[in-house]
Every structure is written in C-alpha cells, then in structure tokens.
Design a protein around this ligand. Sequence first.
Ligand code: KIV
Length: 272
Amino acid sequence: MSKHGPIRRRTAPDIAARKGGEPIVSLTAYAASTAALADPHCDFLLVGDSVGMVVHGYPSTLPVSLDLMILHGQAVMRGSEQALVVVDLPFGSYEGGPEAAFTGAARVLAETGCGAVKLEGGDHMAETVAFLVARGIPVMAHVGLTPQAVNTLGGYRAQGREREQWERIEADARAVADAGAFSIVLEAVVEPLARRITEAVAIPTIGIGASAACDGQILVIDDMLGLTPRVAKFVKRYGRLGEHAEAAIAAYASEVRARHFPADEHTYAPSA
Ligand code: KIV
C-alpha cells in the first residue's frame, strides 16, 4: 500500500461518466505481465474471449469456457491496479436466459474481483442486461460484428455497409443502453453508423474498427504490439514485437548451436 493509501480502481460508473468527454482508452489483456504494462495507460482492460484465438490458438472464440475466462481474469486483476477490468462472458454461458447469465456473471465477479462483464448481442439480450444490472453486475454490451455469432453472420464482416442494416444495429444499441449497460463496444461498424449510434445513446461507445466517431477505442493488445502475423486492416501496429522476439530467439538458437551457452560466462563454481 502506498503512503497515500490504495489506488482506487476505475469503476463502471466512472467509465459511463466519460460519455462525450476525454476519449476512453482500452486494450485487451490476458496475462498479468501485459496487464501491468497496459494498466497505467488504460481506462479499462478487457479480458476478451479473443484470448481463445490469440493465446490458445482456437479458430474462433466459440470453444472458450467460463473457467478459462476466470483464470485469465484473475491474472489480469493481479497484474493491474487502476484500470477497470471487464471480463467477457463466453459463448454458451449466458444466452440460455437471464438466470443462466447471472450464475456465470456472478462467478466471474466473485472469483476474479473484476468490476464488470461484457456480453454480445443487442435487442435479444436487453432483458438479460437489465436482469444482471438490477442484481449488481455492471454490463458492457457489444453490437455490430459479434464474433460469437460468426456462424449466423456468415463470417467476420464489417456491419452496416448496407444502409438497410442501420436501423436494426442502432435499435440493438438503443435496447442495451436502455436496459442499463454502462457502455457499448461497436465492432466493425461503418463510420456514419458509429457516429449515429454514439449520438443516439447516453452511454459511451467503444469502437474497434468503428472510427473516431466513438467515445473511445479498444484494440487487441497482441495486434497493436505487432505480435500477430495478420491483423484486420483498421489495426495500426504501434510496435513490432513479433519481429523482435523472433530475432532474439534466432540469436539464442544460433549461439546454443555454436556451443556458446550464455550461462558459460556466469557459471556456478563448485564450492571449495
Ligand atoms: O474478445 C475481445 O477481444 C473483444 C474485443 C474485440 C472488443 O470482444
């Protein structure tokens, strides 16, 4: 504890209060180490179910379990101290109805200590959002491209390219906002629609591939650090960590193959 007392973590209401103000900064986080690096710079860290694809190599987010999310949520909580930590509810853990969602979400809050959960879906999830919020669980919503629905969407496609889709996506955002969500992720939504939704709802919109018209942005940390070989075209890489890591590993391998074991220079001597 510092001499000024413990640092108070940001809360869901703190994020909600940022509507229309200073842009909200966010990254995904899956491990204590990267959470510690991101924490001083981010308003919230999302333990996204993208962990399944990014860290565990699954082809989609669908195989991710609640236990896996809790494990990564605990790691991110241990690595961070000031950012709000939001943990994704994985596919299959909440769509069965409000009670099922409450059981999963309550486990996430109780076992990780995080401050909020995120779930995907609009109008059809409004009842569940209201149910959770009424029982003390802050909910971040997620509309537009919802990766857990990849099979019904037919792929990972930008949403709202056709004007006829706008009304439905805006209605989804309004429904979860009215149900009490404290913010909404807008994923892969065209700029004019992101702007329209941001103006229409009273809670902050957090864009990922949804333009600067949103109240904040989130990126997948491995993508922006340059750790993933292929990224969506909207992602700016702020680092080239993948290239640096590979060069370091190659240098290590060639030294070991040349029998230059770095430990030779600092080797333990037997005691006399
Ligand atoms: O799982 C995730 O990382 C997400 C972000 C892309 C918003 O939901």
